[in-house]
Design a binder for this molecule. Structure first.
Ligand SMILES: C[S@@+](CC[C@H](N)C(=O)[O-])C[C@H]1O[C@@H](n2cnc3c(N)ncnc32)[C@H](O)[C@@H]1O
Length: 860
């Protein structure tokens, strides 16, 4: 991996904090200063003390004997009133908290108590926990704490799994309201491993009364669930309506989860990555380091628009601050020397914060950014309205941004050169009477493709007559200037909408003027038409012309355009190119691009969803608008990877590996490749444009309507927030551009001109494990504008068995099973039938409205 060697490129700066799970000493300004001197940026602090915990436990033990043992009443419900007889936790006393409002507050992250259990099935325990939590949040808000770390929900209570998450979520919702300036970070493990959810002395969870606990006594422990903690997080943030002050703090173990799980977390608002001493391995010199997969994961997260902080947990005290013996208790695996030992043994070489030093070193070694990342800094996950270059005249700065692309223009030049060579080799007739190939750059902008066409002609030695058509009058000024200063007046400029252009008029040459070695033969249209001045047509400089000339209309041999949007056709390239197709050489005319295809894949994009929900308040059309966006914090829902549950269960033997090992990621390390499917295509020149209906003033655009229905297999459960859209285009033969994440590197790596398009869903759709998303989409037109319509359906695949010998047809719920040529559907691999009578039934479990961007449609 290339690292930041270029001095102009500043490596990202990591914000690193220190956390001690048993921090007993109060944090004051001096502690914060010491932390800064040691190179930490921030510290965590418990909001309440162990004294408070003892007080609550004392109150509870005094309260419990006063309660009758709970039992079901006549209605079958537990005697609610008696069982939940509340125990009021009195307000905090000075001994309950070390926090005092001071200058250090902005560098502190308050940590709420981990000994409570807001998910407890026992309403009394859940209620006490909620009260403790709310008291802590209220006091932290009072002190001016800006960030709170909340230990995640307890997911397992005997044989009950994830049952109390909704109660936890409800409390978080209240807390967000109570602390209006606080950012809340829900601290979750990357996967749900029930074996690691252990209660400690003094925790409230084990005090839940038997009557509220289910015990199936089947002896089986619940399986490790790769998406279990994500599921809990999803419940919480949904209950909190994707609140912008709600984040994830992600605890990373020594063995990372499969890439599909990592990718899911990458799409979530993870604002802290936490590592404890056990997440580290030791290098040959015995220093703590992170494994390669951890390093890659950190680098990936650090490229997010808002890079997460790193929290080092229980890795040793802050140097200079009196070491608290209990604070190092969590350092299992920490056979690093203690401060005192090290001071005695070797004062000079001792590093009191080796984990921090490692992270700081890692910061310096961050891989340098790709061309697209450098170009897109600040644009990650930033929603932009697509350009409408047909109806809006672009500004120079916008053209300037396009022109920075290191690939696009190069590829166009190659395409033009190849087309010219072919023209010559195949001895095709040219439109120009003098045998030159007539090339028109339509939608020339400030002229970069004009320059490339001239270069292609120069490098192939094939002469061209070059025309440039542009409707933007401002850009046209620059085109004229370039023609004088750069192109030596060789280009004929036309200021016009290409759809109204009458076509080139060329000088009729006498045989003596004809080049001795013509590229091809002329079309034989000499003298067919006399010159007529065309409004707006900028004929060659009259000062250089020698007397009156005979001009004749002719056709274009090669039309070069770049009218493509992020979804290919969304800036109305089909409609514009249709408008000049009649001007193309009828037998040999070439369009560069020759074709383009639109591509789709369903994605999880919580940040975009949250942004769009916020915009909807002022703009009701916001959730029905396709956006151009540099997709970053997203997860592809349909990929080539098997489900993470399958991968983890096959390899479950290795999940508790805590020893020194080089295996630090669970199987499934490959980056999942998304299933990006083709929606539709357009080819040029289109020789099948229907003629204008007699008596009609407008040309029908019905031939540019498209529709598609695509089936995407989904391996791991998730939430679909929208569709990622891309395009591929064939410029000429094998010269292609692509923004499709699957093919972009092979077709046009480092191209930066286009961000993807995003089609949002108003209401996110939950998809089950091994489910399917079926997308229906239209490109619609009424002859005046073009817009898109889209909807998504979710199917669960169920196995069912028919009576013996009976043939049971799968019940189809509207979506096709496998469409001809549908690669994605063929790779769906639904569960294989066991025996002869099992069938797969597709059950529709969710469906969106039909979205329509008609209000934001592109005017033709
Ligand atoms: C995406 S820009 C490309 C500009 C330039 N060719 C380049 O590659 O940098 C598209 C250009 O086409 C022009 N354009 C769009 N529709 C047009 C039309 N119907 N007739 C003429 N120009 C058009 C726009 O004004 C804009 O300058």
């Amino acid at each position: 991996m290339e690292t930041y060697s270029n001095p102009d490129e500043i490596p990202p700066s990591f914000c690193v904090g220190q956390h001690e799970s048993k921090r007993a000493l109060p944090i004051n300004s001096q502690t914060v200063r010491s932390a800064h001197e040691s190179n930490y940026d921030l510290l965590t602090t418990p909001i309440t003390t162990s004294h408070f915990q003892s007080r609550v436990l004392g109150l509870l033990s005094a309260h419990l004997p006063k309660m009758q043992s709970p039992s079901p009443d006549a209605n079958g419900t537990m005697e609610t009133t008696e069982n939940t007889r509340p125990l009021d936790i009195p307000p905090l006393a000075p001994s309950d908290t070390h926090l005092t409002p001071n200058d250090a507050m902005s560098q502190l992250v308050g940590v709420t108590s981990s000994w409570i259990d807001m998910c407890s099935p026992d309403p009394l325990i859940a209620d006490i926990s909620r009260q403790v939590f709310m008291l802590e949040v209220a006091y932290a808000a009072f002190c001016g704490i800006g960030y709170i770390l909340v230990p995640g929900p307890k997911l397992h209570h005997r044989d009950m799994h994830s049952e109390g998450v909704m109660y936890y979520a409800r409390a978080i919702q209240d807390a967000i309201t109570m602390g209006p300036y606080i950012q809340f970070h829900i601290w979750v493990k990357s996967v749900d491993n029930p074996e690691l959810e252990v209660d400690e002395m003094g925790d409230l969870a084990p005090l839940a009364r038997e009557e509220f606990l289910e015990d199936l006594d089947d002896g089986s422990s619940p399986p490790l669930d790769p998406f279990g903690t994500w599921d809990a997080w999803d419940t919480i943030r949904r209950a909190c309506k994707y609140h912008t002050r709600l984040f994830v703090a992600l605890a990373l173990p020594k063995q990372l989860p499969p890439m599909s799980v990592q990718s899911r977390w990458h799409s979530e608002p993870v604002h802290m990555l936490t590592f404890d001493a056990n997440s580290f391995i030791k290098n040959q010199k015995g220093f703590p380091v992170l494994s390669k997969p951890h390093q890659s994961m950190i680098s990936r997260f650090m490229r997010l628009r808002t890079a997460p902080w790193i929290l080092l947990c229980d890795v040793g005290p802050i140097p200079g601050v009196e070491a608290n013996e209990s604070s190092t208790g969590g350092r299992q695996g920490a056979d690093y020397p203690s401060l005192t030992q090290a001071a005695v043994s070797n004062k000079k070489n001792h590093d009191p914060t080796p984990h921090l030093s490692y992270i700081r070193n890692l910061q310096q070694r961050q891989p340098s950014r790709t061309a697209m990342e450098r170009f897109g800094v600040g644009y990650q996950d930033y929603l932009q309205a697509p350009l409408q270059p047909l109806t809006v005249n672009l500004e120079s700065i916008t053209y300037e941004v396009f022109e920075k692309d290191p690939i696009k223009y190069e590829w166009y030049e190659r395409a033009i050169a190849k087309a010219l060579k072919d023209w010559k080799e195949q001895q095709k007739t040219t439109s120009h009477p003098d045998g030159r190939v007539l090339v028109a750059v339509v939608g020339a902008g400030r002229g970069p493709l004009v320059s490339r066409a001239l270069k292609a002609s120069a490098e192939t030695g094939i002469e061209i007559d070059l025309w440039a058509v542009e409707k933007n009058p401002n850009a046209f000024v620059l085109l004229q200037r370039h023609n004088q200063t750069l192109w030596g007046g060789k280009v004929t400029l036309v200021q016009s909408d290409m759809r109204g252009w009458k076509g080139p008029k060329v000088e009729v040459k006498t045989p003596a003027d004809t080049p001795s070695i013509p590229v091809g033969k002329s079309l034989g249209i000499e003298n067919s038409l006399l010159y007529e001045p065309v409004s707006g047509q900028n004929s060659p400089d009259p000062s250089t012309s020698q007397g009156p000339r005979d001009l004749t209309s002719t056709t274009v041999d090669i039309v070069v355009s770049e009218l493509l949007g992020s979804f290919g056709d969304n800036e109305l390239s089909p409609e514009c190119l249709d408008g000049i197709t009649h001007l193309l050489n009828p037998t040999h005319g070439i369009s560069i691009p020759a074709s383009y295809t639109a591509h789709l894949t369903p994605i999880s994009a919580p940040k975009l969803h949250s942004d769009i929900m916020n915009q909807t308040i002022s703009n009701p059309a916001a959730p029905e608008t396709p956006y151009v966006v540099m997709l970053h914090a997203i997860d592809y829902l349909s990929t080539n990877q098997p489900s993470a549950a399958t991968t983890m269960s096959i390899h479950s033997g290795s999940t508790n590996n805590n020893g020194r090992t080089s295996i630090s990621t669970l199987p499934g390390t490959e980056t999942p490749i998304p299933d990006v499917q083709t929606a539709w295509s357009f080819s040029h020149p289109n020789r099948h444009i229907p003629p204008q209906a007699p008596g009609s003033s407008t040309i029908s655009n019905a031939h540019n309507v498209r529709r598609t229905r695509l089936t995407f297999p989904v391996q791991n459960r998730g939430v679909c927030h929208g569709l990622g859209g891309y395009f591929e285009t064939v410029l000429y033969r094998d010269i292609e551009l692509s923004t499709n994440p699957v093919t972009m590197d092979s077709k046009s790596a480092n191209m930066i001109s286009w961000f993807p398009i995003y089609f949002p869903l108003k209401t996110p759709l939950n998809v089950p494990d091994n489910g399917e998303i079926v997308v229906t989409m239209y490109r619609q037109t009424d002859g005046r504008k073009v817009w898109y319509e889209w909807m998504a359906e979710v199917f669960a695949l169920e196995r069912f068995t028919g009576p013996s010998g009976e043939s049971v047809a799968p019940v189809m719920s509207g979506a096709r099973a496998v469409s001809p040529g549908d690669k994605g559907a063929q790779s769906a691999k639904p569960p294989q039938p066991r025996g002869g009578h099992d069938r797969i039934r597709r059950v529709r479990v969710g469906m969106t409205d039909l979205h329509s961007s008609i209000k934001e449609g592109c005017l033709m």
